[in-house]
Design a protein around this ligand. Structure first.
Ligand code: ACO
Length: 470
């Protein structure tokens, strides 16, 4: 697309998001507005179902999901407004620090945040690993552990501070010196001035810990791009200073500078996936954080939880399903069969949303815009639209089943040329902002998580020596 045309499409994107907001507010208008809870008086009473359904785990100001109104708010701001007007870096600041930054503050934040795009030592270490034998999610989890070394207040207590060449990303290894005439070659790694998160702090909630959050949010796209390239036999590409966060991510993945429309659409996807209440991966990361383990271990737990097919991963299934249907004219027959077999259709339904998932409303027009690029994407989008219509007609009113975020995100990523295997890892790239923000918030008034199980076993079993056991 040309520059002029790009501008028009960018405007179309903004208008489509604002229109989607109107649709969402109409859909939820008849539902009562929620009451605002100012201060929580603990202990609270709630009815708990299996899987802690309905349990209140903590209080939070980071984000809010209202499933009957179809609301998703970050720090009180509507997701539609953020996606229309903001960008992922600013949203990360908002989630972490609780406010939208004024211009100067944002500039200072961006300057620091972008230094953490550079994770050269981690990249060097993962390059030596058999990543092609791991899933991208497995490699991502491992990569965050490698990013961790000597980064946190925990390590501060555990070690004295000799720095090792392979220790951290705080000093980049942009160059190696030449061998200096010794019998065996001696390489020295030259330090640069990338900041070193948390090396001098013992305070778990200090600004240095926020550096660890920046390190994770900013560094993960670089890590994932490198993992992807190594897995397909290419050399990793480092970040490019004059690009935006999302353009950089696409550039590091593909080696090509993306057009403004692809850049903006990926940025909106990252904003949309940045936080979503007390979901399984967020809770998993909070549980680990509550033990006063550190933020890198906590994030590893989040990635592990997101890896499961009941959480991340449905978007990959959606694209496989849409391809297998074979075109809009075959949807009806396919749907009747799926219904008769009582199959759950990937990309529909949600535990919390009982109306349109606002994220799906934002993604649908983006998928449509991108689908205009090729006949194949046009066909997939038309198939999706037809299926959406049938599902809503069948189950919308009755069972409150509507498209969820995963229904259109796979289509969007596919049209951006992102391979299916990266759909869930990109979810993790975005969710890093929510995980780190909620961890930092929880640590302010930390209490280790310790629920109970209802024991349904026996009492008083008698010890039997092994030779007498049946
Ligand atoms: N297709 C067809 N029917 C469905 C679907 C679906 N996708 N989702 C729910 N239903 C039906 C169920 O069959 C059930 O019907 P019944 O009452 O007649 O038995 C009813 O709706 C309630 O379904 P539950 O599974 O109990 O709803 P729950 O809230 O537990 O599940 C879930 C939510 C897991 C998301 C479910 O809708 C599902 O499996 N969807 C498909 C997978 C998917 O898209 N996951 C991504 C979710 S978004 C995310 O995690 C980022």
């Amino acid at each position: 697309m040309g520059k002029q045309n790009d501008q028009e499409v960018l405007e179309r994107i903004k208008v489509s998001i604002l229109k989607a907001r109107e649709k969402a507010s109409l859909a939820g208008a008849h539902e009562p507005d929620p009451m605002r809870a100012d201060a929580v008086q603990w202990p609270v009473q709630c009815t708990v179902g299996p899987g802690l359904e309905g349990a209140v785990a903590c209080e939070s100001k980071v984000g809010y999901v209202n499933g009957t109104k179809g609301w998703l708010l970050y720090r009180g701001y509507d997701i539609f407004d953020l996606c229309a007007h903001s960008n992922f870096e600013e949203v990360s600041y908002l989630l972490l620090h609780g406010q939208l930054p004024a211009r100067e503050k944002y500039r200072a934040f961006q300057g620091k945040f972008r230094l953490f795009w550079h994770i050269p030592k981690t990249i060097r270490q993962i390059t030596g690993l058999p990543l092609e034998e791991m899933t991208p999610m497995g490699a991502l989890r491992l990569g965050t552990t490698i990013m961790r070394q000597n980064q946190t207040y925990r390590d501060e207590k555990a070690h004295d501070h000799e720095t090792s060449a392979l220790g951290t990303d705080e000093d980049s290894i942009a160059m190696e010196s030449q061998p200096t005439g010794h019998e065996k070659a001696v390489y020295e790694f030259i330090k640069s001035h990338t900041p070193n998160p948390s090396l001098s702090t013992t305070d778990k909630n200090s600004s240095m810990e926020f550096d660890s959050c920046y390190h994770l949010i900013a560094g993960i796209p670089t890590l994932l791009a490198a993992i992807h390239r190594i897995r397909i036999g290419h050399m990793p590409i480092g970040p490019k200073a004059d690009l935006s966060h999302s353009a950089n991510f696409l550039y590091m993945l593909t080696g090509e500078i993306p057009d403004a429309v692809s850049e903006r659409i990926l940025d909106i996807c990252l904003m949309l996936h940045a936080d979503h209440g007390m979901n399984a991966s967020t809770f998993a990361s909070l549980v680990v954080a509550s033990t006063l383990s550190d933020i890198y271990f906590s994030i590893g737990a989040g990635i592990g939880a997101l890896n499961g097919p009941l959480h991340g991963g449905a978007n990959q299934e959606v694209i496989t399903m849409l391809r297998s249907i074979g075109g809009p004219e075959k949807v009806e027959e396919w749907f009747e069969k799926a219904r008769a077999e009582k199959r759950k259709i990937p990309g529909f339904g949600h535990r919390v949303y009982k109306t349109y998932d606002p994220r799906a409303l934002i993604l649908e027009p983006l998928a449509e815009i991108l689908s205009e690029k090729t006949d194949e994407s046009r066909k997939l989008f038309a198939t999706a639209k037809k299926l959406e219509g049938l599902v809503i007609r069948q189950w919308g009113e009755d069972k409150k089943i509507y498209p969820n975020v995963d229904f259109y995100s796979g289509l969007v990523y596919d049209s951006l040329g992102i391979p299916d295997t990266l759909f869930t890892p990109i979810f993790a790239v975005a969710r890093m902002a929510g995980w780190t923000s909620r961890i930092m918030e929880y640590l302010e008034r930390n209490r280790i998580f310790r629920p109970r199980a209802i024991y349904t076993g026996t009492f008083g079993e008698e010890w039997v020596p092994s030779e007498e056991r049946k």
